[in-house]
Design a protein around this ligand. Structure first.
Ligand code: CTP
Ligand code: MG
Length: 397
């Protein structure tokens, strides 16, 4: 029998990402990059111990990101090079567990959050058989050796693979490889290169084109798209696309202002209500809350609460945006105002802009219409104004 341990080097500076926040802490969908990576190994039952290698100054940040994790995760300081960081991780495992020669130590970059259980299992299983295994994919591009700005040679594509992590090794093999590298002052960009130099054969198993290493800014866009693709088939948390509807009516009275979509409109009547009675914004808020299963505005902003008296509904809409947070993307909003008078067409563009700005979305996905009801019903009799809205959201994960 053997145990499986994992080292996650995440002590790099992320220089090529050129972002203020280090790439391992950038948010990808619902959580930081590093948390995606860690969760893959937490969810893997065969893993006995995990060490995350951090830059000295970031240890507290990692603690915070992992604070709700049920497993014991070792968080230790890394070194100047990735290789040194992995070696520190190996030493930390030795100090905390009694490693046996046949145990498997898997190294996986913190910056590869899209790794799947399949790839991890394949790599670990092959390492059990072959002693050393790396995940890799066939290269898609033709690869050439260059000399300055001139081509020196064209390499045979069918013999080339692009190497990823995980890379898994029998403990004994990885340990020797790192010790040899220290003795020979060799620095490699992956662990397998150290193992190869120590004279071991490294088995190559199939990685995944999804398993990208987040390195430059466009990788974040790619990672986001890949995650979206992955979760769009997720039925556990309901469908990724959700819809909501909202309906509201307010009474027309004298001595009140008429505010629709955040626009003050000249009219001899206004809408009565606890807030500014912006019936359009209320319908949209109800639709948004409905789409994410958050009941309605009455629950969130009760009209029995004095702090909402006379409040500008656009400000409440901003709070609804915060409720949606980063978990939801608004696909589009469509709403209709039912009013006999006044004529609303001249105000529609401003309403769209107010709503889009409050929700921080593109105005092109906000559609607003107005209609009369041909003098029929309470709207036709100008007793009140009604509004209806539907929205579509994409739920992330
Ligand atoms: N890494 C590490 N210790 C280092 C350097 C890198 O633990 N001294 C980790 C990185 O945090 C990353 C993985 O090794 O998870 C792969 O390295 P790379 O993609 O090169 O990340 P960075 O070194 O952070 O990025 P850059 O080279 O752009 O600065
Ligand atoms: Mg680097």
């Amino acid at each position: 029998m053997y145990n499986v341990y994992v080292i996650i080097p995440a002590a790099g500076k992320g220089a090529r990402m050129k972002s203020e926040v280090k790439k391992q802490f950038l948010k990808l969908r619902d959580k930081p990059v590093i948390r995606h990576t860690l969760d893959v190994f937490i969810e893997n039952d065969i893993v006995k111990g995990i060490v995350v290698v951090s830059a000295e100054e970031d240890i507290d940040i990692y603690r915070k990101i992992f604070d709700d994790v049920q497993h014991d995760i070792l968080i230790i300081s890394g070194g100047k090079t990735r290789q040194q960081s992995v070696y520190n991780g190996l030493l930390a495992l030795e100090q905390n567990f009694s490693l046996e020669d046949n145990d498997i130590v898997t190294v996986h970059d913190g910056a590869r959050p899209l790794v799947t259980q399949d790839v991890v299992k394949r790599t670990v299983n092959a390492a059990v058989v072959h002693g050393a295994c790396i995940a890799a994919v066939n290269v898609k591009d033709t690869v050439k050796l260059i000399d300055g700005r001139y081509v020196a040679d064209t390499l045979p594509r069918e013999k080339l693979v692009a190497v990823q992590t995980p890379q898994a090794f029998k403990y004994e093999i990885l340990k020797k490889a790192h010790e040899n590298a220290v003795l020979n002052a060799f620095i490699g960009t992956d662990d397998a290169s150290l193992v190869e130099r120590s004279g071991y054969r490294v088995y190559v198993t199939e990685g995944s084109y999804d398993n990208i290493k987040i390195t430059t800014p466009e990788d974040m866009i790619l990672a986001d798209a890949l995650m979206r693709k992955r979760y769009s088939h997720n039925t556990v948390n309901n469908f990724a696309v959700r819809v909501g509807m909202g309906y509201d009516v307010h009474k027309l009275v004298k001595d009140r202002r008429l505010i629709l979509g955040g626009v003050k409109i000249e009219h001899y009547l206004g809408l009565k209500g606890h807030s500014d009675a912006d019936v359009l914004v209320h319908a949209i808020m109800d639709a948004l809350l409905g789409a994410c299963g958050q009941r309605d505005i009455g629950v969130h902003f009760p009209d029995t609460d004095d702090k909402y008296r006379g409040i500008y509904s656009i400000d409440l809409l901003k709070r609804v945006r915060d409720i949606l947070s980063d978990d939801y993307f608004i696909n589009n909003i469509d709403a209709v105002i039912m009013a006999e008078r006044p004529r609303l067409a001249p105000h529609i563009e401003k309403m769209r802009k107010n709503i889009a700005d409050a929700l921080k979305i593109d105005v092109r996905i906000v559609n607003i219409k107005a209609t009369t009801t041909e003098k029929l019903g309470f709207v036709g009799r100008e007793e009140g104004i009604a509004a209806q809205a539907v929205v579509s959201l994409t739920k992330v994960i």
